[in-house]
Design a protein around this ligand. Structure first.
Ligand SMILES: Cc1cc2nc3c(=O)[nH]c(=O)nc-3n(C[C@H](O)[C@H](O)[C@H](O)COP(=O)(O)O)c2cc1C
Ligand SMILES: CCCCCCC(=O)C(=O)O
Length: 386
């Protein structure tokens, strides 16, 4: 009868003390705003251009209404999902969020510990603040994936995925939508780009192939090494050939992240990747682009069940995750929610956010009449536009 929801309620109400942390996304965002400087906060919070797409990501959720069912005996519930062999306690994974040292000194190490403790897999960014090996050590046996930004050097791409495979990451997520940074007004106004200060480059600076490209070691000439990183990173000429070169370099399943167009989804099926992520990068790349949730149904249709379809951009609550799953997502990724919690309260903040999400999914699921997220489908929702 117990479960994530009831456990959390009993703990909080049982103590009878006002908790020292929020339970809402907005609460964590506010805490992060209080502790971070304007540049770091703006980098995490911001979107591209007018930030219309970032807002649209949220508004898209409001158009869908859950339709609770009654009297269906939901005393036994299973929130877990399995994606390409990685089991998660709920329909969530922690999205790749780069350069987390701007949020907290323990950055991805704290996130990896929190993910392992709560049973939710983490996807480590290429541009992490600690090396992928250091993060793997904090993860222990917990499932983890590696996100790759394929750079201009096929040898370096190969080296990064080989390192990830050796370090126990069990899938590679290739992000397609950030071949260069979007037009981010907040960062321009704050003149804030953390990579220029040598943040978020740990995987490159520790890589033998990257180091071999440099005249001087990064420890001796960090500015030149950062320049070399930027040269490798920017890839407007990226094509499916680059994706396939990465696939040939690894035996791990490969997913592509950043799909919103059904034609791209069909191409992903033709190319034979193992999964995709419907995402507009949290509205950080193309202003005016379709809200990710609005793009989801057509992508799901195009994929036709041939591979897992993950979803991100705008998930803030258990209800949001259930809506995305009802629209066909296998699971969701959350980005800013845990980045803010990390900034405000380190590892324990990330744990609390994940626990809250799990508790909310559990209660929402039970009160909507479902025993498992797998039971959700089109009939679980009402489109408010109809
Ligand atoms: C500060 C920040 C850094 C990010 N860094 C990466 C990254 O390194 N690699 C990547 O694939 N996506 C990155 N993303 C995008 C997330 O993986 C994810 O798509 C997005 O945050 C989801 O939207 P949400 O923040 O609304 O949950 C980043 C997002 C933020 C907010
Ligand atoms: C020049 C490096 C850019 C890394 C982009 C990180 C990211 O995905 C984001 O900020 O969004």
């Amino acid at each position: 009868m117990a479960g994530y929801g009831l456990d959390l309620q009993l703990e909080v109400y049982g103590k009878g003390e006002v908790p020292d942390h929020p339970f809402s996304y907005e609460g964590w965002e506010q805490r992060a705003r209080e502790v971070l400087d304007a540049g770091a906060f703006g980098y995490i919070a911001g979107g591209a251009g007018t930030e219309w797409t970032m807002r649209a990501n949220r508004e898209a959720f409001y158009r869908w209404r859950l339709r609770p069912r009654m009297l269906r005996d939901v005393s036994e519930r299973d929130l877990s999902v399995e994606v390409l062999g990685a089991r998660s306690a709920g329909p969530f994974m922690l999205a790749p969020v780069g350069v987390l040292s701007i949020a907290h000194p323990e950055a991805e190490l704290a996130v990896a510990r929190a993910a392992a403790a709560t049973g939710v897999p983490v996807i480590l960014s290429t541009v992490s603040s600690f090396t992928l090996e250091e993060v793997a050590r904090e993860s222990g046996d917990a499932p983890r994936w590696f996100q790759l930004y394929p750079g201009r050097s096929p040898e370096l791409n190969r080296s990064l995925v080989e390192r990830a495979e050796r370090a126990g990451y069990s899938a590679v997520v290739i992000t397609l939508d950030t071949t260069m940074l979007g037009f981010r007004r907040r960062d321009l106004e704050n003149a804030y780009l953390p990579f220029l200060k040598g943040e978020g480059v740990a995987n490159y600076f520790s890589d033998p192939i990257f180091r071999a490209r440099l005249k001087e070691a990064p420890e001796r000439d960090p500015e030149a090494a950062v320049r070399a990183f930027l040269e490798v990173y920017v890839t407007p000429d990226l094509t499916w050939d680059d994706v396939n070169a990465v696939r040939e370099a690894t035996s791990l399943p490969v997913l592509v992240k950043g799909i919103t167009h059904p034609e791209d989804a069909r191409e992903a099926v033709r190319q034979g990747v193992e999964g995709l992520v419907v995402s507009n990068h949290g509205g950080r790349q193309v202003d005016g682009a379709v809200a990710a949730l609005d793009a989801l149904p057509k992508v799901v249709e195009a994929v036709g069940g041939s591979m897992p379809v993950l979803f991100d951009s705008g998930v803030r609550s258990g209800a949001d995750a259930l809506k995305a799953v009802a629209l066909g997502a296998t699971a969701t990724l959350v980005g800013r929610p845990y980045a803010y919690a990390l900034a405000a309260a380190g590892e324990s903040g990330v744990r609390r956010v994940v626990r809250s999400l799990l508790a909310e999914v559990d209660l929402q699921l039970a009160l909507s009449g479902y025993r498992s997220v797998r039971e959700l489908g089109a009939s679980s929702l009402l489109d408010a536009r109809d």
